[in-house]
Design a binder for this molecule. Sequence first.
Ligand code: NAD
Ligand code: UFG
Length: 349
Amino acid sequence: MSHHTVLVTGGAGYIGSHACVELLNAGFNVVVVDNLSNSKVTSLNRVEAITGKLVTFYEADIRDKQSLSDIFSKEQPSTVIHFAGLKAVGESCEQPHLYYHNNVFGTLVLTEVMQEHNVKQLVFSSSATVYGITDKTQYSEDLPIGAINPYGRSKAMVEDILRDLAAADSKTKSDKPWKIALLRYFNPIGAHESGLIGEDPNGIPNNLMPYVAQVAIGKLPQLAVFGDDYPTKDGTGVRDYIHVIDLVKGHISAIHAFKNTQFISGNCKAYNLGAGHGYSVLDIINTFEKVTGRTINYKISPRRDGDLAEYYANPDLALKELNWKVEKTLQDMIADTWNWQSKNPQGYQ
Ligand code: NAD
Ligand code: UFG
């Protein structure tokens, strides 16, 4: 068992809270820095209830350099997992400055503080959205980057910054070089099997799975299926859905991989975290109905701006170099979403 401390930015959020559970279970000390702009501290109380272990929590903004630096001095982390950021594509088009400030400037402050404290192992939440438009439906890491909205561009910019940081080290032959894993998530859904933590979106959900769950429980009247005339198996959009627990295990695999050959002399590498195959919107609806016994009221509606027909991960590199692959099924993802939703119809409040 390790006694290393992992500092988790955005650790009170959806993916971050699940990461805290898996980190604590794997024997790491966990320090969370979150400004609670899109989360509640209740999630961390639930993490402690699930694991029987304590989380050290700081309510702070990663852009506040002095606070962050004080936390690093006190906690002496060996590694950072960086989840903190804003993630709504539509909002990013309306408020690009807010997104670049949070996601790009926030990461600059974080990495500056890491550098000053000689903490140089970083796992970053990137996204499949950095791939942008291509004629391929299966995305490998070597596809060109070409994000198509401010949110996606903020992730692509951070990837560039982190690659440059690692490259600068290799030029100067630093004796403690950066080790950086850029994890490109496909579509995370699901919840911890306890039903104590899960996704708790503010207002009306943007994403399919929380929307379906809220229709199932009667909070929302009807799901709009955004288009049924795509060139896919049934005309609806196809995505690579990944259970949030599989996803966060990928982060722990990345931390372990920092000891392996591909990272020994420092590096910044991107890895897809996905299942390697997709499901359509209708697959999701049908499986949800089967697993939960509820009926999902839905209506075929116009396409949503900016949506692609179909894409999914090529997850071979993560298997080869991180020794990681998904283990859970779509049934698991839906059963766990429903368990969380039905036990917490109002989310954390
Ligand atoms: P989330 O909103 O639930 O979690 C993000 C957390 O970061 C929140 O708790 C929020 O309060 C905190 N935060 C935001 N800005 C901050 C700041 N400046 N300082 C301190 N804390 C701050 O989102 P999530 O779904 O858990 O996503 C986590 C990360 O994964 C994000 O970076 C997101 O862009 C990325 N990602 C998410 C998805 C997805 O579909 N959920 C897909 C790809 C990538
Ligand atoms: N969909 C509906 N109705 C809804 C919501 C979604 O039919 O109410 C469909 C979409 O058209 C798409 C699929 O369900 O075909 C999945 O949509 P999501 O909004 O759940 O997920 P996206 O793939 O659009 O978005 C995800 C992440 C974003 C990221 C984006 C681009 O949530 O953070 O991928 O890669 F930017």
